[in-house]
Ligand binder design. Structure first.
Ligand code: 6PG
Length: 503
């Protein structure tokens, strides 16, 4: 084994690790790979030698010390192991072999607070730690993911050329992802879907918000499908065709595209469409929950994102729902006769709700940067998400444009493009939600998005009464509309004379 030969190393040869290693090799870098189970490393290398054009740039190592020695200094070592304890254990195993200035890059779906903790510990030991969100699943890892790295700027500068090379690329003129990469033939040119996000856990935080938005994007699509099925009696194939059409317009996105495909898939095991045979319970690995929980902690109203997490939780109560369906009554569903009009209403409901969902995600990041002392560039974050990741969509270019127009934008809904879309779509949006409620069809994401819109545009809310209730039972005080902000009053609600005092 020749030492100091590899440009970079990678630990963890599960699906994501294998694909990212091949992506790196395809871009002309020599990469050393290591897996805890040496047989996995041997099998991967043997398989690549048979079928991968870039296999000569892969160095398979079965000994950790040899793996580390094979990498040029300062070493860059990517971890693609299970988030959590496995990440900590891998770092501990690597540490005795590293030298000052070496860089560990965690590409897993780590909780951003773990990344902050790891970065602090490793920097105290003289190493660098980059937490990099990686989105795009297996295909993204292989041919161009969206990458959201954070850590010290110095470490980022060392990693940047590789990260820019392997990231997804978008067309600078249209913002559309550049496609057509194949083994050994990566995309040339285009704007890379990666950029420095900030220090410590910022990159994994942004990836977490990406996933929260991914949850709500998916839930909104499901509600659109469910309304067409229940209010129009359309079958999965017909609805799939509608999604195909929608993918040509302002809703154009990876998730709309795959939905059109999924819905038109026939059941390979029998009659009908496969989606009708898939059990209606959705799993989750936790990143959507982290986003919703953080929104609660920071007191940011990301209610649609939270609804998407609750919708998965409700779906998982399958047995209870089946029992309750025999016990709890609702209205009889009345089918709508004007198919074209309702489909257009549902399309607008989806688009307006999507604007609210992204407004919530960006509002959350805006608060997080204050709370955690980061400086996030929202136009760039939206640009990184234009290609490679699960939420990639034409829509994200509009978000980048909005933040370029006004970097201090208070809320995405206030940008002229999005404001106009909400104004034009809202009567349809309300019609779709009203029909759903009248017919007893659950649309928690559409409904919470419209409530967010209406709440945000309300100069007055019933919180006057709420605050008075708090003062009544807990002396929590209130401000008055006829007095300057910051002056607090308490009324002695239980006394006979009910005196108000300034406190
Ligand atoms: C991505 C995805 C990816 C994964 C999610 C799924 O950006 O590539 O978000 O990270 O699909 O972790 O999460 P759930 O299992 O919670 O749906």
């Amino acid at each position: 084994m020749q030492t100091n030969r590899a440009d970079i190393g990678l630990v963890g040869l599960a699906v994501m690790g294998q694909n990212l290693a091949l992506n790196i090799a395809d871009h002309g870098y020599t990469i050393a790979v290591f897996n805890r189970n040496p047989d996995k490393t041997r099998e991967f290398i043997a398989c690549c030698e048979r079928q991968e054009p870039s296999s000569e740039r892969l160095i398979g190592c079965v000994d950790l010390a040899e793996f580390v020695r094979s990498i040029k200094r300062p070493r860059k070592i990517v971890l693609l192991v299970k988030a959590g304890e496995a990440t900590d254990a891998t770092i501990e195993h690597l540490l005795p072999h590293l030298e000052a200035g070496d860089i560990i890059i965690d590409g897993g779906n780590a909780h951003w607070q773990d990344t902050t903790r790891r970065e602090k510990r490793l920097s105290a030991l003289g190493f660098h730690f980059i937490g990099s969100g990686v989105s795009g699943g297996e295909t993204g890892a292989r041919f161009g993911p969206s990458l959201m790295p954070s850590g010290t700027f110095e470490a980022w500068q060392s990693l940047e050329p590789i990260w820019r090379d392997i990231a997804a690329k978008v067309d600078p003129d249209t913002g559309k992802p550049l496609e057509g990469a194949a083994p050994g033939k990566p995309i040339q040119g285009g704007i890379p879907c990666t950029a420095y996000i900030g220090p410590n856990g910022a990159g994994h935080y942004v990836k977490m918000v990406h996933n929260g938005i991914e949850y709500i994007d998916m839930q909104l699509i499901c509600e659109a499908y469910w309304l067409m099925k229940n209010l129009l009696g359309m079958n999965a194939g017909e609805i799939g065709k509608i999604f195909e059409e929608w993918n040509q317009g302002e809703l154009s996105s990876y998730l709309i595209e795959i939905t059109g495909d999924i819905l038109q898939q026939k059941d390979p095991e029998g009659d009908g469409y496969l989606v009708d045979k898939v059990l209606d319970t959705a799993g989750q690995k936790g990143t959507g929950l982290w986003t919703a929980a953080n929104a609660l902690t920071l007191a940011i109203p990301a209610n649609a994102i939270a609804e998407a997490v609750y919708a998965r939780a409700l779906s998982a109560l399958k047995d209870e729902r089946v029992s309750a369906s025999q016990m709890l009554d609702g209205p009889v569903v009345t089918q709508e006769s004007d198919r074209k009009a309702l489909i257009e209403a549902i399309r607008n409901a989806l688009f307006c709700s999507k604007i609210c969902a992204y407004a919530q995600g960006f509002q959350l990041m805006a608060e997080a940067q204050i709370e955690y002392d980061w400086q996030l560039d929202f136009g760039t974050i939206a640009q990184i998400w234009q290609g490679g990741c699960i939420i990639r969509a034409g829509f994200l270019r509009k978000i980048t444009e909005a933040y370029h127009r006004n970097p201090g934008l208070m809320n995405l809904m206030l940008d002229p493009y999005f404001k106009n879309a909400l104004h034009e779509g809202q009567s349809h949006w309300r019609k779709a939600v009203s029909l759903a409620v009248a017919n007893g069809i659950p649309v928690p994401a559409f409904g919470s998005a419209v409530a967010y819109y209406d709440g945000y545009r309300s100069a007055f809310l019933p919180a006057n009464l709420l605050q008075a209730q708090r003062d009544f039972f807990g002396s929590h005080t209130y401000e008055r509309t006829d007095q300057p902000r910051g002056k607090f009053f308490h009324l002695d609600w239980s006394s006979s004379d009910r005196q108000q005092n300034e406190v």
